[in-house]
Design a protein around this ligand. Sequence first.
Ligand SMILES: Nc1ncnc2c1ncn2[C@@H]1O[C@H](COP(=O)(O)OP(=O)(O)OP(=O)(O)O)[C@@H](O)[C@H]1O
Ligand SMILES: [Mg+2]
Length: 256
Amino acid sequence: MDAPEKKDWLLDERLLQSQKLAAIGELSAGIAHEINNPLAIIRQEAEWMQLLLKKLGGRDHKELEELQGSVHQIVQQVDRCTEITRNLLDFARKRDPVIQAVEVNRIIENMTMLVEKEAKHKNITIVRHYDETLPMIYSDAPQLRQVILNFLTNATHAIGKDGVVTITTRLSHDDAVDIVISDTGCGIPADHLSKIFDPFFTTKPPGQGTGLGLSICHGIILRLGGRITVDSQLGQGTEFTITLPRSRESELFAHA
Ligand SMILES: Nc1ncnc2c1ncn2[C@@H]1O[C@H](COP(=O)(O)OP(=O)(O)OP(=O)(O)O)[C@@H](O)[C@H]1O
Ligand SMILES: [Mg+2]
């Protein structure tokens, strides 16, 4: 097989692969979505049964205790199914956020600890400037973890070795919270700045980056009512600022 033919074949293969992934994503998202409604009803009914059983609790029946145990099992298994459908929807990137009170500093620290060991090997220092008085925000913790991890990974990649990643949290204007992740890495050329959030835009060699990281982060932050801004100096480093509303109602930037 000569070179051009092989290249065409590779391209076709890749196209097919991405079409397959998209189809799997759509299918699983569809199923997950359909299963979520009956799951929610089962959980509600099981909770109602728990309440009723509690009322009967004083009567000291062995069967009653067993019944309580069974209903508890139902609730636990339903929660497990819900977690699975959540992961499937995540894969398809179509999961609606699950809004709960979130401690931003703690989420960041958890993710920082994950990358810090590897970073140390490359002589990359991670500096924390957390605002310890930061209020809780209403957001989606697992999705925020995913976003923070993506930014930290990009920052360490941009440095390669010997450098500093600085993470700052602070109160922003408009009842919001800023998470600033800056690095002393290679920086981003001005003509790339408008493309970095596009799906499949990557400057990494084939096999090392899909170019999906920032586009996924961008989608998540928009759905959480926030925004991302970037400031970069070629050869000096890059600073990303993620701004999140303190409450879901504010949705300050969704349409900015
Ligand atoms: N901190 C950074 N410093 C310099 N360039 C960056 C930084 N973060 C992102 N980029 C640029 O933006 C591009 C897109 O980033 P994105 O995270 O979307 O994809 P990726 O890192 O290339 O691949 P992956 O899908 O594995 O995340 C990168 O290839 C890089 O050129
Ligand atoms: Mg990336």
